[in-house]
Design a protein around this ligand. Structure first.
Ligand SMILES: [Zn+2]
Length: 411
């Protein structure tokens, strides 16, 4: 019997989401949580069982493997990448997937939290899933489709090639990374060892969204030093750094906030705040799609600081800006065939592909910056980092088919 891609991919997916791999942003180690090895070690076993070559896992929890070309043709080596960790925003422990076969467009309840509902009104994409198998959480955890659906898609593609030894494919390089959710997925990624000529992350959302652009990102920290004294005798002496900082935040442009922007619109986002009378600081995120936008955002913040400083002459203001990641567009456009292959394979899989900018970063932005072009592919999940995360197993199967088609096109 031929491999049932949907059933196999769903089985793989359900096995992986039950393993807790939540990343820990407070740790400086890699992986940030030891439990990411629990999934990594299982994947190593499965890759070995599938007969892949060079299966390895390193101390930082990067899993790599090679499926040598079936035809012996000297086509380029393609890489497929997915991340093993889940976001710190919601628990990833004891995930209890709820499966709805032949979904009919209804709102869905959660057995673990009756106050929560997955509604079609808030998730209009569910209307494209009539007849699909939908997987949700029980309402108490995230699902982990981000990015275990990516891992399941890759593993199912490998199973397909094992079952179909005559199906054409080039040399395929696999990597499963730790800590993508806390922005460190490519920190110890050994591109040379990986050995791919170009690669794709399977870390998107619903088909047919495909991505060759991400945000460019800087982190800005505003620190203000004031002057503390007993409030009973503070007149004309106290300088309250929290008041000064709140004025800075209040002056940030309202039309440049995450909550008021979409598409290609940039934002400045106050992300973390701490303070006492003596000293306060705020971490702000600069986001845009090119370097010029980030420079402009810095100028806006500098202008605001100058204004507020005039009102607080006895406070000290400091602004520190550090780069986070860069848009992968430029690196991807240098190799248009890498984009064409993806678009064609998605079309053949029936995914109606369209290019959309990602309002965030991916492992691909880091890898593209280091010289490995790496666009991003859907995997069939939605509502990431939340207890309402869900997946369509049919869209997951479409993803597997897309990867198989890509391998055929590259070969
Ligand atoms: Zn992800």
């Amino acid at each position: 019997m031929p491999l049932d891609l949907k059933q196999k991919a769903l089985e793989n997916f359900l096995r992986y989401v039950k393993i807790d791999t939540q990343a820990n942003p407070k740790s400086d180690e890699t992986p940030s949580s030891k439990k990411q090895f629990d999934l990594a070690n299982i994947l190593v076993k499965e890759l070995n069982a599938l007969g892949l070559s060079d299966v390895s896992i390193d101390d930082n929890c990067y899993v790599m493997a090679t499926l040598p070309t079936a035809t012996g043709k000297s086509s380029p080596a393609v890489g497929f990448i997915a991340h093993m960790d889940t976001a710190p925003d919601a628990s990833g422990a004891n995930v209890k997937p709820q499966i709805y076969e032949n979904y009919q467009g209804q709102d869905l309840d959660y057995p673990g939290d009756s106050s929560l509902k997955l509604t079609v009104a808030e998730n209009p994409e569910l209307k494209t899933c009539i007849g699909h198998t939908i997987v949700t959480t029980d309402g108490t955890t995230l699902l982990g489709a981000d990015d275990k659906a990516g891992i399941a898609a890759i593993m199912t593609m490998l199973e397909y090639f094992k079952e179909n030894p005559n199906a054409p494919h080039p040399t395929i390089k696999i990597c499963f990374t730790p800590d993508e959710e806390i922005g460190r997925g490519t920190k110890f990624f050994d591109i040379e060892k990986f050995g791919a000529d170009f690669a794709y992350t399977i870390d998107g959302s619903l088909p047919g969204e495909i991505n060759k652009e991400t945000f460019s990102a800087d982190s800005a920290t505003v620190t203000i030093k004031g002057k503390n004294i007993h409030p009973g005798s503070a007149k004309n002496i106290m300088v309250n750094s929290m008041r000064a900082l709140s004025e800075v935040i209040a002056k940030l442009p309202q039309n440049m906030a995450p909550e008021t922007t979409e598409g290609y619109e940039p934002f400045i986002h106050p992300h973390e705040l701490s303070g006492t009378v003596e000293e306060s600081s705020c971490l702000m995120l600069f986001r845009g799609f090119d370097d010029e936008t980030l420079v402009k955002e810095k100028e806006i913040l500098e202008g605001i600081i100058t204004e507020v400083k005039a009102r607080y002459p006895n406070a000290e203001f400091e602004l520190k800006v550090e780069p986070s990641y860069r848009n992968m567009k430029e690196g991807c456009l240098k190799v248009p065939q890498v984009l064409d292959i993806l678009e064609e394979a998605a079309k053949e899989a029936g995914a109606n592909p369209y290019w959309a900018p990602i309002r965030g970063g991916t492992d691909g932005s880091g890898l593209t910056a280091k010289g490995l072009p790496c666009p991003n592919i859907y995997h069939g999940g939605s509502n990431f980092h939340s207890r309402t995360e869900w997946l369509s197993a049919d869209f997951l199967a479409m993803t597997v088919q897309t990867l198989i088609n890509m391998a055929k096109l590259i070969n």
